[in-house]
Design a protein around this ligand. Structure first.
Ligand SMILES: [Zn+2]
Length: 304
């Protein structure tokens, strides 16, 4: 089987690498995403990076994990304002036109790609069902059932940032509604909550550092974010009964100060049938979405 180029297309940067069917990965190439310059500029950049990563090797295809909600044909049906004009873009057709002869193009959501990567080679390896949660500048999620991504009737399954949770009452979510998980637990939510409590504007990393150094306001903000996420995960585990839960994203790198209240809250909410469900940190770091996007192409050729 020829290798595949995996693409992690995010709002701030795009990263690609050549991925072989045994899971080995080539050098990572990265560039800022010209998200504000429109879809053509973004697709031009992705094409350039794909060709550079392939370096003349024949490809079985190109797998793309992108920010936004993607339909079954690889068209963007919803995205944040960071990506000018991204909604309506046919990413599959746009890439096929630019890099004809590079094999099949598969486009999926970036958190879906993250989960596919972790299920292939990371924390969810060997599981046939999983819930993935990515906590960073937003809160995203992905669901795998019976060994396949569960994308939902509207391709929006797993958009768990917009689950209502206790503790988020009165907090404005980026979607414009009050009381959603993302408004309580995402990195920017921690920054806003700390600023509201102290008047100090610092980034989420600094909030964690202060919480670790004994700052009570910071510790309260971190704990509230972690507990809200723990409750939301308990609800989803109860509905789905997955093999396990994997948590990734920048906020998830923040150590026991965050993980402990998350685990404690989640386990306290879960009835005893779920007491053994593993809730694990993601293991593949920044390579996960690239590996998972590539896997989405390799899986299709496996099935043929
Ligand atoms: Zn929302």
């Amino acid at each position: 089987v020829n290798p595949v180029v995996g693409v992690d297309l995010g709002g701030t940067k795009t990263a690609v690498a050549l991925v072989r069917s045994d899971g080995s990965i080539g050098p990572r190439l990265e560039s800022p995403t010209p998200a504000g310059s429109g879809p053509d500029a973004v697709l031009d950049l992705v094409s350039e990076l794909v060709l550079a990563a392939a370096d003349g090797a024949p490809l079985a295809g190109v797998g793309v994990g992108t920010a936004g909600i993607v339909n079954g044909a690889g068209q963007i049906i919803s995205a944040t304002d960071t990506f000018a004009g991204w909604v309506g873009t046919d990413v599959v057709a746009g890439l096929q036109r630019r890099i004809a002869g590079s094999g099949e193009v598969v486009v999926i959501n970036d958190v879906d790609a993250h989960l596919l990567g972790e299920a292939w080679l990371g924390a969810a390896r060997g599981w046939t069902s999983a819930l993935m949660v990515a906590v960073g500048t937003g809160v995203g999620g992905a669901i795998m059932m019976d060994g396949r991504l569960w994308r939902g009737r509207r391709f929006a399954a797993g958009e768990i940032g917009h689950v209502p949770v206790p503790g988020a009452e009165g907090l404005r979510c980026p979607c414009g509604r009050d009381g959603h998980l993302e408004a309580l637990s995402a990195g920017p939510a921690l920054e806003r909550a700390y600023c509201a409590a102290t008047g100090l504007r610092i980034d989420a990393r600094q909030v964690f550092a202060r919480a670790g150094a004994g700052d009570q306001a910071a510790a309260t903000v971190v704990r509230a974010g972690a507990e809200g996420l723990g409750r939301a995960i308990a609800g989803l585990v109860t509905a789905l009964d997955p093999d396990g839960v994997v948590i990734g994203g920048g906020v998830a790198d923040s150590g026991p100060l965050w993980w402990q209240p998350l685990q404690d809250t989640c386990r306290a909410e879960l009835v005893s049938a779920f007491s053994a469900v593993p809730i694990l940190p993601a293991r593949l770091g920044v390579d996960a979405p690239i590996l998972g996007a590539a896997r989405s192409v390799l899986e299709r050729s496996d099935r043929r």
